[in-house]
Write a protein that binds this ligand. Structure first.
Ligand code: IVH
Length: 695
């Protein structure tokens, strides 16, 4: 959001301040009281800083109720207010995300302590800045008696019942703990717990549950759980806890413990059973703070929970006392942020991209936004269901998130910023690249282009598939050559391959004459193929090698398959509705029929036969096993011949095997056949059985 779009004409500073205050009040309420923020933290911070700068420049505009003048957060009806025995402070935030942020803090501390270069480095504790919500846990006589939110820092809410559901929060302390102890820390939700929770919420919503929603981020979900009026619901929201400080504690005069340093205090809390983050460490001077900031920054995305920065605290409690406070913030601590992982931007368009396998993916084109340390201009919407669930529309203002190397995503839409008339996104009915029908099959989440061979986006994949050893087999037409041919634009459709000729091939980069000759020969050879190979090579979705053979055997000729109705296709062995529909859709595309016709015109031939009902398959019902190397046929060729004659070719020998065909260097399969008394043939014997001339 930009404040400039709040006004039609240039606002006066007073108008701008009033407007910013109103906007900030609104968002503070959403965030702190309703646990349902509409904008990312970074955006709130930006607006807040804009108001602060304005008030600094025009002190006469400052009002006592300005959001800059008070600690926000109010008590929700339903929770008992709790006055904190020791106020819950906030920390000054260093928004400079560069190492200089740590150095600035160290400089301020040294100056306030009156230290000179001769005094050596200040000792600090470096901690993580957890992205959850602050909690004060009060123990009396070793028992947890109260858990309270921060509220406005003076008065919070009693959420004891909800906090008791957190397994990591001790309900009782060891005997040696002081009679009064308030532990301050952060309640948060792990990312895996958050994902699982949202998954459950989505299922509830899908099942028609009223009043359920998904959560924008783990912090938001944690806050919602903590402030759940029904603690049975809170118990189902998986929360975690880290301790980072103290509130009230029995005084030393009354037998309470004496701590010299913040680190000792944390170690004692750990010994009493509180979780303290393992990364918490001692650091000497600015250099070690910087090293910590960098080290944690690099590992941030591997943590199982969100952090938005690190916190540095002066370790010596004597020095902390000496430093004291400025308004509500201690001078001895600072939060050093990392670049925000969520930002606002607008959706300029929703494009649909087509992948190598024909998958259609909707992608939001965004006004460029700097988030998670890079400028983001695209965010995938994955598929139709996801796009619908998020209801992203062109013109929308959205929250974009990019964490680590994870691809950027649209987290949520700001519905109140939606321009009038914004249209619901729908997946196109045709492929945006080739214009063929785009279909979403039953039970699938993705739409796919049915253009196959014809679709530019799928071209390389389609060529490679067609040329595959088990398809039409064009020897030498591999990855690199296909890439070259397609990128150079010399082949667009499969028939183009057969029209290439030697000259065009030889003129390609790094193509020797000899290699070009080999390719020409391989193309020539590939023209004599079989119907199953050709059918498989077309790359019809769901039509693998076996299905191609079944179809070929059943129909005998290609035209029969191309013109078969879904019902007729369903009569084929092992062909179900998904395959039948896929075959039908493929041949319904005029482009695909055209490709087939042109391939035929280029000289591709195969033997066609009679439809299965009328054909007599000599080896129907017989099972063969092949082993060893044959003198003239490859294994694949032998398999094709046997299957075309109705035989099954199995991988291992059993009593059910009718014949084993053994070539040179046949191994254990031959032994087994002999042991079981299964007839053994050589290649010539097999060909004789097939009624084929030998040679
Ligand atoms: S210390 C006197 N340490 O950040 C200092 N706060 O404004 C009191 N936070 O909402 C806070 N991690 O809940 C401290 N390691 C950490 C923290 C931390 C997160 C939160 C805290 C509060 C905000 C500080």
């Amino acid at each position: 959001m930009s404040t400039s779009d709040l006004f039609s004409s240039e606002p006066s500073p007073a108008e701008l301040a009033a407007e910013l205050r109103a906007v900030l009040h609104h968002h503070a309420h959403r965030y702190y009281t309703l646990d349902d923020p509409e904008i990312p933290d970074a955006e709130y911070d930006r607006l807040f800083q804009e108001l602060q700068a304005l008030e600094t420049a025009h002190p006469e505009l400052l009002t006592p109720d300005s959001p800059t003048q008070r600690v926000i957060g109010t008590v929700l009806d339903g929770f008992t207010p709790v006055r904190h025995a020791v106020p819950m402070l906030s920390i000054n935030t260093e928004t400079d995300t560069e190492p200089t942020g740590a150095r600035n803090f160290d400089t301020r501390v040294r100056r306030a302590l009156g230290l000179t270069a001769a005094d050596g480095p200040v000792g600090y504790v470096a901690e993580l800045k957890f992205d959850g919500l602050a909690m004060s846990l009060r123990y009396e006589a070793g028992a947890l008696v109260q858990a309270a939110t921060r509220g406005d820092g003076e008065v919070g809410e009693d959420v004891t019942n909800n906090i008791k559901t957190i397994g990591q929060v001790p309900l009782r302390l060891p005997a040696k703990a002081p009679p009064v102890l308030e532990v301050r820390g952060e309640v948060y939700m792990r990312r895996d717990d958050f994902d699982a929770l949202n998954e459950k919420q989505r299922a509830k919503i899908a099942a028609g549950a009223k009043g359920e929603k998904t959560f924008v981020n783990p912090r938001n979900a944690a806050a919602g759980a903590v402030r759940q009026l029904d603690s049975r619901i809170a118990a189902q929201r998986p929360l975690s806890f880290f301790a980072y400080g103290l509130g009230q504690i029995t005084l030393p005069e009354q037998g309470g413990p004496v701590f010299d340093s913040h680190f000792d205090l944390l170690m004692q809390l750990k010994a009493w059973g509180f979780p303290v983050a393992e990364q918490t460490t001692l650091a000497q001077g600015a250099d070690e703070l910087i090293a910590f900031h960098q080290r944690i920054g690099a590992a941030r995305d591997q943590l199982p929970y969100d952090i938005d920065g690190v916190v540095y605290k002066v370790n010596s409690l004597a020095q902390q006392r000496q430093l004291g406070f400025v308004t509500r913030e201690p001078r001895w601590a600072v939060a050093h942020k990392y670049p925000a992982q969520e930002q606002l931007t607008t959706v300029l368009a929703i494009d649909v991209q087509v992948g190598r396998t024909g998958k259609l993916t909707p992608v939001a084109k965004l006004a460029p936004v700097f988030v998670g340390n890079v400028t983001v201009t695209n965010a995938t919407l994955h598929n139709e269901d996801e796009a619908r669930r998020k209801d992203v529309r062109v013109g929308d203002t959205v929250i974009v998130r990019r964490a680590g190397d994870v691809i950027p995503e649209v987290v949520a839409v700001l519905p109140e910023k939606r321009p009038e008339g914004a249209q619901v996104f729908t997946m196109p009915q045709v492929c945006p690249v080739c214009g063929s029908d785009a279909v979403r099959e039953e039970g699938e989440v993705d739409h796919r282009c049915t253009g196959g061979l014809f679709c530019g986006a799928q071209r390389k994949e389609a060529f490679l598939h067609f040329a595959h050893r088990r398809a039409v087999e064009i020897e030498g037409l591999g990855d690199k050559l296909v890439e070259q041919l397609v990128d150079a634009g010399v082949v667009k459709t499969l028939p183009d391959l057969y029209r290439l000729g030697f000259a065009a091939l030889a003129s390609l980069d790094r193509m020797a004459d000899k290699s070009a000759q080999n390719i020409v020969a391989a193309l020539e050879k590939s023209k004599h193929t079989t119907l199953p190979r050709f059918l498989f090579g077309l790359g019809i979705r769901h039509v693998g090698e076996t299905t191609a053979k079944d179809l070929a055997r059943h129909f005998g000729r290609l035209d029969g398959i191309m013109d078969a109705s879904v019902e007729q296709l369903l009569e084929v062995n092992d062909v179900g509705p998904v395959v039948a529909q896929s075959v039908r859709t493929f041949f319904d595309q005029p482009h695909n029929r055209e490709v087939v016709e042109q391939l035929r015109a280029c000289g591709l031939t195969w033997e066609e036969g009679e439809p299965a009902e009328r054909a007599v398959l000599p080896l129907a019902g017989k099972t063969f096993v092949l082993t060893g190397t044959f003198p003239t046929l490859s294994r694949d060729q032998a398999k094709d011949l046997l299957e075309a004659a109705g035989a099954k070719v199995a991988g291992s020998v059993s009593k059910k095997t009718d014949y084993v065909v053994a070539g040179a260097e046949a191994g254990s399969k031959l032994d087994k056949a002999q042991a079981l008394g299964v007839p053994v043939l050589d290649e010539a014997g097999m060909l004789a059985l097939l009624g084929q001339p030998q040679g």
